[in-house]
Design a protein. Structure first.
Length: 260
């Protein structure tokens, strides 16, 4: 996996950030936004909105997944999946419904939504068991087609009907395999630092329940990895790392607000 790149000279503001990469012959329109939704809390269903405000480095304003240290700030889902399986609205719990087959989108791709918003595509969203509440067996049927997760590189307001452009720019890829994401994060750990299991799960885009799998998995990877992650409130020495700089590979091109 690709390591973190050194910070480059940054565009002065959001307009400069967008302009610095949109002027390329490789950019192309791939679709439009069809609908938008936010979830104010994890216990509430998605709420359809007429506009959403994307916050650079955080996610969508008012959404429970807005988190500067998460790779899963925004979920894009495609209308084709809804059509193929006759799903009710918001069944996939997406933030942005697009008329694009999200299964064809690649990690590292940079999309421009509307005039200002830039998204960095991270990895395909797993089809978790919560989808089975919509229809028994749906999580198994949808394997690999639920949608694509993304981070917000540049903020602004988006609305249904806004154009989506693939800017022809590629940032380092993140794996769909959660184990490879965990390994990538541990490889990025600064010297003399350790990361707590809960923070590691958050940075990898995992539910806290995955923490139970870390000790055995890291032990199999060997002492070099096992020593880099510790349980919460562990007495073991080492500076606790919170993920600072993990997403700076995007900040070097798109501005400081993109980093964790």
């Amino acid at each position: 996996m690709t390591g973190i790149r050194p910070r480059a000279r940054q565009p002065r503001n959001n307009a400069d950030r967008v302009a610095s990469i949109t002027m390329t012959d490789m950019s192309k329109t791939i679709g439009t936004i069809r609908a938008l939704a936010i979830r104010p809390a994890r216990t509430t269903p998605p709420l359809r909105v007429d506009a959403a405000h994307a916050l650079a480095g955080l996610g969508l304003g008012g959404d429970v997944h807005a988190d500067g240290r998460s790779p899963r700030q925004v979920l894009l889902a495609g209308t084709r999946v809804y059509d193929d399986y006759a799903l009710p609205a918001h069944a996939l719990r997406e933030n942005i419904l697009v008329d694009v087959d999200t299964a064809t989108l690649a990690s590292g791709t940079v999309l421009q939504l509307g005039q200002d918003v830039l998204l960095r595509l991270m990895f395909q969203c797993e089809s978790c068991g919560q989808l089975d509440a919509q229809r028994p067996g749906l999580s198994r049927v949808l394997a690999g087609r639920r949608g694509m997760l993304a981070r917000v590189l540049a903020g602004g307001t988006i609305r249904p009907g806004d154009r989506i452009r693939d800017l022809g720019q590629t940032l380092p890829r993140w794996s769909d395999d959660w184990r490879e994401r965990v390994q990538h994060i541990l490889d990025a750990l600064p010297a003399q630092a350790v990361v707590e299991y809960g923070v590691l799960a958050r940075l990898a885009g995992l539910q806290p329940t995955y923490c139970r799998a870390f000790p055995g998995m890291l032990a199999k990877w060997g002492p070099a990895y096992a020593a880099r992650a510790v349980p919460m409130r562990s007495p073991l020495p080492g500076v606790r790392w919170e993920g600072d700089g993990l997403f700076d590979d995007a900040a070097g091109v798109y501005g400081a607000s993109c980093s964790a």
